[in-house]
Design a protein. Sequence first.
Lengths: 326, 293
Amino acid sequence: MTDRPVLAVEELTVTLGTRSGSARAVAGVDWSVHPGRTLALVGESGSGKTMSVLAATGLAPRTARVTGRVRLLGEELTALDPRRRRQLRGRHVGFVFQDPMTSLNPVLTVGRQVTEACEEHLGMSRRQARDRAVELLELVGIPSAARRVDDHPHQFSGGMRQRVVIAMALACDPALLIADEPTTALDVTTQAQIVELVAGLQRRLGTAVVWITHDLGVVAGVADTVAVMYGGRIVEQGPVDAVFAAPGHPYTRALLAARPRPGGAGDDLPAIPGAPPSPLELPAGCAFWPRCPVRGDARCEHELPPLTPVGPDHRVRSFYRTGEDR
Amino acid sequence: MSAARDSQARRALSALRHDPPAVAGAVVLLALVVVGTAGRWLAPAGVNDVDVDQMLHPPSWAHPFGTDELGRDVLSRVLVAARVSLEVGVVSVGIALLVGAGIGLVAGYYRGWVDNVLMRGMDVLFAFPVLLLAVAIVAVLGPGLLTAMIAIGVVYTPIFARVTRAGVLSVREQVFVRAAVSIGASDLRIIRRHVLPNIAAPLIVQTSLSLAFAILSEAALSFLGLGIQPPAPAWGRMLFDGRGFVTEAWWLGFFPGAAIFLTVLAFNLVGDALRDVLDPRQLTLGEASRSTT
């Protein structure tokens, strides 16, 4: 890809000060997302996928220490003062959070909330904001939007609320949409609709999307590139087709194997034994080593495997080329 | 689908209508407001019309609440004193609400050392018995209506600070606040649009309950001679003056006492009803039955 990335992070590290010592939630991560493209960040809870995005956009908790470089639309965010960073983020990045039940303010009408960013950054009047709100609600497929713009959040179902949240995120025509497990709290049918909606809007508006998820089914459906995270590091990244066709890291392979498949009813799904490492005590070598089915030799325990290219734009953090024996 | 502009306030009002004690309380409060504003004209006689021929007359057609030891009409004095009680209640609770909610907002929103300093200060105030603290403040500032208001306001400030801080703490962790931060909204905007409206319910309830206690405190202060100064009428002061005549003239203490009792009861009834109606859990139940797919 030759075009400039919307958001690019390099060597991003996030250290959280906790009562029992400092925890490295993100340990040197590089990824980027280009206009109109979708990057999926995949990993289990605590793998650092959400934290890396929050840190990149300056939303990490105050106790976190963030190092590395972050460029939003070519501007180095880490060099900006907080005020300017806040403006830049608010104007160009839209967020969709996991739980649509709590991401809307119960005492304001959805119309007022949808256009909050516009009023803040584009200096819209009340009248303009209202028209824009109706337009946005129509865009995300809310029936009779002109009437529902004055409704309160409790008058909407979960799926409809998530549509409102998406409308809110898109209000300022952001260059980047960050979706943090936006379908997790929804039922399966609604999930599919929301995924479809975001994909359609992205095609129409040319927005870049970072989709944080642990659902590989969603990844296959929406992503162009995927980065699999484990223990605060990227263990595999590349074009989604390449990663799904020839997963190079034992963890990726285990994740893919653990997916339910049509026709496989009744069989037990293979699980990964053990639990992810605590960010307080990451192993010196490969973080996945204690659970790894390959586990070749003592190097895995003491030495961090480098991200090694295995194909075009496809890199794997492992000493072993496990993808080849498939 | 319920009506498009179905606001919290409207739902609260309609729920209150079906609560007889709340309606009774509201009626008493309404009457009190009328008496408080128009008491001077409703009173059959002047509050300080001394008539030594009419000393300590029991209730009669001419003086429905009787007369006091100086022959003054007790009914007129009770009616006019309503204004003092209401004024003290509203002004002192107003002070407590503004200062307390302000402190609670800042403490709960910014946390850290600001929170510690402010709330430990509130704890110190909270540790004193209400009346003792009020008496101490009046002792410093000198007795009178205004100082009584300030004293009572200070005494009730910590409650408002706590209620506000508790609300802010839970609201600021909500995802919609995080969302507002993510779009770059300023602290002031977040507090005004997202935090305050969501903690209004407990504050409204606390206000109505504190009004009752503030009126009681004023009665206690003027009973002790630290509130409004004679000959101006105040319920607590009248109670104090009547205590010397309990055996021969019960009406001197009974009517101002009944007025205090009714007022406090009315504020409590309305406050309790508001608490039930505005309770977040109650709201959630209401929402669940209303939400549509």
